[in-house]
Design a protein around this ligand. Structure first.
Ligand SMILES: [Zn+2]
Length: 166
């Protein structure tokens, strides 16, 4: 089986890829955003490369952007269902990554605020430790999820998905 576009270019974040057309250019590479809508791949290069530049760099034809034509209606229905599940999963992954990143940032900010409150005497040391315990609880798990969602394989991300749904 031949490679899909997603498999051919290096993923940096879910949905964001390293631009293959920038390899030979001297300026700093900007990411390529890759969206799949109804099986059709839509590319947006933040460095300004055209879709043609990207496909040329990969040695791929325009047809790679479009879903293969399937004549059998049952097979077409099955492929469509699979595609929708994949698109739904990748949306979930991006949304969850943003949510987990925000939860980590919020906890970091709260910890700094808490230390300030203790230092200026707004709260007692006991209160500080009580609240710190709440902020630390589950923090390592959030960090692990963050790393998996950011850089992990699809299978690893699916584990996070199952755990959250289960
Ligand atoms: Zn580019």
């Amino acid at each position: 089986m031949s490679l899909t576009l997603q498999e051919a270019i290096i993923q940096r974040h879910p949905g964001y890829y390293k631009c293959p057309a920038h390899e030979s250019k001297s300026e700093r590479s900007r990411p390529v955003r890759l969206n799949v809508k109804d099986g059709t791949v839509l590319l947006k290069d933040f460095g300004g490369c055209s879709t043609r530049d990207i496909l040329t760099a990969l040695g791929m034809a325009w047809s790679i952007l479009f879903p293969p034509r399937i004549n059998d209606p049952v097979e077409r229905h099955r492929v469509q269902g699979q595609r929708e599940a994949m698109e739904g999963f990748s949306l979930w992954r991006e949304r969850t990554l943003r949510r987990v990143a925000k939860a980590l940032r919020d906890r970091d900010a709260a910890r700094i605020q808490l230390s300030q409150y203790m230092q200026d005497g707004t709260i007692s040391e006991q209160t500080f430790w009580d609240y710190l315990g709440l902020l630390v609880d589950g923090y390592a798990g959030l960090q692990l999820d963050f790393d998996v969602l950011l850089r992990g394989s699809g299978a690893a991300a699916l584990e996070v998905y199952r755990r959250q749904r289960g």
